[in-house]
Design a protein around this ligand. Structure first.
Ligand code: ADP
Length: 190
C-alpha cells in the first residue's frame, strides 16, 4: 500500500486536487475535515464536540482524528493506496501515523505539499465560502485563527517530513490544471 500525505495551509486547494489524484493513482481519499463534517451533519456526540472547535478555527483532539484514520485503513481495500488530506496536522498526529503504519511494517510513501502565501489563503477561502457555505469559512476572525493554527501546529511537520526524506513541495499558485500537472510530476516518481 502507498500512503500519500496531501499537505498545505487551509485553502491551498487540497480537496480540489485530491479528486484528480485519487482517480489517476487509484487511491482512497481520506479527508479528516470531510469526515468530521459528516459527523456534525449526523448529529453524533463526536460531531457535537468537533463542531464547537472547528467553528472557532481550532483543531479537534489528536485521538479523535487518529481513530478515524486507523478505522479507514482497516475498512478500505481494493486500492493502490491512501491519500491523506488534512491529516496529520500536528507533530503527535504525525508520530501516531508512523506508529499505526509500523504495525504492518509500512511507512509514508511521500508528502505532497501545496504552498500558497497567507494573503491568498484568505482570498481563496472567502471565494469558497460563497459556494460551499462552510461555517468555518464564514468570518475573517475564524479564518485568521485557522491560519495561525496552521503556522503554530501544522507547519512544524515540514521539518518532520523533510528529515524523513519524504517531503515534496509544490507551488500552489496558478490554475487548477497547472498545479495538478506539478503534482502529477512528483507523484509519477513513486
Ligand atoms: P481546510 O483544509 O480548509 O483547513 P479541512 O476540511 O481540512 O479544512 O478541516 C476543517 C477543520 O476540521 C479544521 O480547521 C479542524 O478544526 C478540523 N480538522 C480537520 N482535520 C484535522 C486534524 N487532522 N486534526 C485536528 N483537527 C482537524
Amino acid at each position: 500500500m502507498k500512503y500519500y500525505i496531501l499537505f498545505g495551509p487551509p485553502g491551498a486547494g487540497k480537496g480540489t486536487q485530491a479528486t484528480a489524484m485519487v482517480e489517476k493513482y487509484n487511491l482512497h481519499h481520506i479527508s479528516t475535515g470531510a469526515l468530521l463534517r459528516k459527523e456534525i451533519a449526523a448529529g453524533t456526540e463526536l460531531g457535537l464536540q468537533a463542531k464547537a472547535l472547528i467553528e472557532q478555527g481550532c483543531l479537534v483532539p489528536d485521538e479523535v482524528v487518529e481513530g478515524m484514520i486507523e478505522n479507514e485503513f482497516k475498512t478500505v481495500s481494493g486500492v493502490e493506496g491512501f491519500l491523506l488530506d488534512g491529516f496529520p496536522r500536528t507533530l503527535p498526529q504525525a508520530e501516531a501515523l508512523d506508529q499505526i503504519l509500523a504495525k504492518t511494517s509500512e511507512k509514508v510513501t511521500a508528502t505532497v505539499s501545496i504552498m500558497i502565501p497567507d494573503e491568498m489563503i484568505m482570498e481563496r477561502i472567502k471565494g469558497r465560502a460563497l459556494k460551499e457555505g462552510r461555517a468555518d469559512d464564514a468570518s475573517e476572525d475564524i479564518i485568521n485563527n485557522r491560519i495561525a493554527t496552521y503556522h503554530n501546529q501544522t507547519e512544524p511537520l515540514i521539518e518532520y517530513y523533510n528529515n524523513a526524506g519524504t517531503y515534496n513541495e509544490i507551488d500552489g499558485v496558478g490554475t487548477i490544471e497547472e498545479v495538478q500537472e506539478r503534482i502529477f510530476t512528483v507523484m509519477d516518481k513513486f
